[in-house]
Design a protein around this ligand. Structure first.
Ligand code: TXA
Ligand code: MG
Length: 321
């Protein structure tokens, strides 16, 4: 089992030295926990892919302290990048740009672009400061599984990695992965919706191409099945919950906006009606539902769209496809 340690100054120094020596450490960000390594170290990146069992074509995000550190990773930092970083960094916005030659090719699936973001979480920032350079990190889950929002989730994922150090920084308060915005093409395109929404980006950079057109090739990590529980998981409209529960022979789990809709012996996990709170709770609730080990998880389909709901709808689609 991985070693979870409270992220005090000594633990952060230790974690930074592991990364500088070419190792891998799990650390908190405001979105989800990441599995970090030195952005410029080819072998360290390969180790992250091995641990995650991630397809080698799916590129990692380089985490940076600030704009000067971002410029050590990307080329073509223009006025759009500057404005976006000034508006949303540190925070959950990832920019895809042409890469510098120093970036380890295996960390980006051999691409000519690299994703960068500056995290807001104080532990992530202290770690970047102590490393003194960029840290590439995917979400700290096994490929295809639910992203971890707590240190315990990371250790559940990597039970067979006793040497992995996990910095504990509490629950990730955003709970959904960062918005990925591709600036390497003629028109900016959202490859993965997140809590920095289209409505927030448009006033700064103008028109954005629709995320629906972002296919496999642009962002391999956005494959249809992702963020999945082990238990079969389905989305259900509010109006159909009653009938469905009556026809279930075994007790099941329902992520519902209203516990009243889920009579015993079925189990309700109540979801918040406000988007930010829903996003913060979603992965934890899915893990909790999964751990109850029932035959089925139902998720009441939120009817709302726009803003952060777009990212939530995206994750729900993938968790149930
Ligand atoms: O919030 C987050 O972004 C978290 C925390 C740890 O920072 N990280 C995260 O990483 O979600 P990961 O590896 O699970 O997802 C990264 C996403 C994937 O969909 C990947 O395909 C996409 O970003 N991506 C990374 N580099 C890219 C590139 N050069 N071009 C296109 N897509 C890229
Ligand atoms: Mg991920």
């Amino acid at each position: 089992m991985p070693k979870i340690v409270k992220a005090d100054a000594a633990a952060i120094r230790k974690a930074a030295s592991i990364i500088r020596d070419g190792g891998v450490v799990a650390f908190p960000t405001e979105t989800v926990y990441g599995l970090g390594c030195d952005t410029f170290n080819e072998r360290a990146a390969l180790e992250v892919y091995r641990m995650k069992r991630r397809p080698s074509s799916n590129p990692l995000i380089a985490h940076v302290l600030d704009i000067p550190m971002a410029k050590r990773v990307v080329i073509g930092w223009d006025v759009r990048c500057q404005r976006l970083a000034e508006a949303f960094w540190p925070g959950p916005l990832t920019l895809v740009l042409p890469r510098r030659a120093e970036v380890a090719p295996s960390s980006i699936g051999g691409r000519s672009t690299v994703a960068v973001r500056s995290p807001l979480h104080p532990v992530a920032r202290q770690l970047l400061e102590a490393v003194g350079g960029p840290v590439s990190a995917p979400s700290a889950n096994r490929s295809g599984r639910i992203s971890p929002t707590r240190s315990e989730h990371v250790s559940e994922e990597f039970m067979d990695e006793p040497d992995l150090l996990v910095l504990d920084g509490g629950a990730a308060h955003v709970g959904l992965e960062s918005t990925v915005l591709d600036l390497s093409r003629a028109r900016p395109m959202v490859l993965r919706p997140g809590s920095v929404t289209k409505e927030m980006l448009i006033p700064i950079i103008g028109e954005i191409a629709d995320p629906l057109f972002a296919g496999q090739a642009q962002s391999p990590g956005t494959s249809p099945r992702h963020y999945a529980a082990r238990t079969r998981t389905e989305l259900i409209d509010t109006a159909n919950i009653d009938r469905r529960l009556q026809s279930c022979p075994d007790p099941i789990v329902v992520l519902s906006f209203d516990a009243e809709r889920v009579p015993p012996p079925h189990v309700a996990i109540v979801m918040p009606s406000e988007a930010k709170e829903y996003g913060a709770k979603l992965y934890e609730s899915l893990r909790q539902a999964d751990s109850l080990d029932r035959t089925l998880i139902l998720i009441e389909r939120p009817t709302e769209r726009g803003g952060v709901w777009e990212a939530i709808q995206d994750r729900l689609r993938r968790a149930t496809s």
